[in-house]
Ligand binder design. Structure first.
Ligand SMILES: *Cc1c(COP(=O)(O)O)cnc(C)c1O
Length: 394
């Protein structure tokens, strides 16, 4: 089997697993308990917090542990919205191609009386800091723009956007779930006020993440209850998962340059190979993209059947994103970069990691063109395109 769906989730690293087993066996107390077993868990938690902070260029007291990326996004956005409303500010700036954890939270806030500006992301899948600057109003209470897109892998000019927000004194949140562990992050240097990440996208466990919130920016709780996480996030801490997450991220950051060089070489080979398929196109900027992300549109095929055929060929990949599969709507990301509906339906996302090999890429490059040709063979749209009844778009 070839696993090429690392944007959906990643395999737990053996090192993280080892630390988790050790924690479950020896440090399983409740960190709020005052006896030795609990205090040992408290120390493990505090050690994990400092290490997470160091990985992001933050202070330990700026880190809040969460259940993952969706919670971090909801928490950051809802907190800033509430802070804004207290000052009479109810305008939020975001983009049209955010993850649903952000988009659906914003849709809910619109129903609650907030106004949201969704910036266009252009054909290359990138927003510019100038566009953010032009959209900021006196009543803007939050800018939330993802660090790297989960479908097309494009990386945003986060530092520049952060500088614009800092100058306008508007809080800046970034969903860095796809970026953490794969590209360099330094919250101070990049002018980031809030950042969410999730362990299972960098070989950590599922169901655990972190939210960074800059000192001086109030953070309202999303989940109320006990006094954990300095009253900002109730719930008995998942010390095992948190320790596994920090271990996984440390390992990824330690080898970041080496991994990026290796994975992007495989990515580029895959992009070059798939570009040879007639009437195909790479989605998103070729240069400013995650090391492992390949996303193509193929004209004249429908999205649903292709991942199944790839599965038969032993390749795990996705059409669009895991979150949109199961629905027949084309990806909102591909529509946001201007792909027409028919073209957006025929998309394929292959996301690689350090464990993939050159042989994997060769196998994919053999299977995909064959599957595309096979599917085009009985596609009415393809017949129209080939006979000239309909004009090619790619
Ligand atoms: C996976 C993902 C999320 C959701 O993270 P979970 O930990 O699965 O809740 C949010 N944003 C992006 C960009 C993602 O890729």
């Amino acid at each position: 089997m070839i696993y090429a769906d690392n944007a959906a989730t990643t395999k737990l690293s053996p090192h993280a697993l080892e630390v988790m087993v050790e924690t479950a066996q020896n440090t399983w107390g409740n960190p709020s308990s005052l006896y030795e077993l609990g205090q040992r868990a408290q120390e493990a938690l505090s050690d994990a917090r400092s290490r997470m902070a160091a990985l992001l260029g933050a202070d330990a007291k700026e880190i809040y542990f969460t259940s993952g990326g969706s919670e971090g996004d909801n928490h950051a956005i809802r907190s800033c919205a509430r802070l804004g409303a207290a000052k009479g500010k109810r305008h939020i700036i975001s983009t049209a191609f955010e993850h649903h954890a952000v988009l659906h939270t914003l849709k809910r806030l619109e129903k609650e009386g907030y106004e949201v500006t969704y910036l266009p992301v252009h054909e290359n899948g990138i927003v510019t800091a100038d566009e953010v600057k032009a959209a900021i109003r006196p009543d803007t209470c939050l800018v939330t723009i993802m660090f790297a897109n989960n479908e097309i892998g494009t990386i945003q000019p986060v530092k520049e956007i952060g500088a614009v927000c800092r100058a306008a004194k508007v809080p800046f949140h970034t969903d860095a779930v796809q970026a953490a562990g794969h590209v360099k992050i330094d919250v101070k240097e990049m002018n980031i006020d809030l950042l969410s990440l999730s362990a299972h996208k960098f070989h950590g466990p599922r169901g655990v993440g972190a939210l960074y919130c800059r000192t001086g920016l109030p953070l309202y709780p999303l989940i109320e209850g006990g006094a954990q996480e300095r009253n900002r996030r109730a719930g008995t801490e998942n010390v095992m998962g948190i320790r596994g997450m920090v271990t996984a991220l440390e390992d990824m950051v330690k080898d970041l340059d080496k991994n990026a060089a290796y994975v992007s070489r495989l990515r580029d080979k895959l992009i070059d190979g798939l570009s040879a398929v007639p009437h195909s196109a790479l989605n998103g900027d070729r240069a400013n993209r995650l090391p492992g992300n390949v996303n193509f549109c193929f004209e004249g095929i429908e999205g649903e059947s292709r991942p199944l055929l790839l599965d038969q060929a032993g390749i795990c990949a996705s059409s669009g994103s895991a979150c949109t599969s199961g629905s027949l709507d084309p990806s909102h990301v591909l529509l946001a970069i201007g792909r027409p509906h028919e073209v957006a339906h025929g998309s394929l996302r292959l996301t690689l990691c350090e464990e993939n090999t050159e042989a994997d890429v060769d196998a994919i490059l053999k299977a995909v063109p064959e599957i595309v040709e096979y599917l085009r063979g009985f596609s009415p749209i393809w017949q129209d395109l080939e006979s000239g009844r309909r004009a090619h778009m790619l």
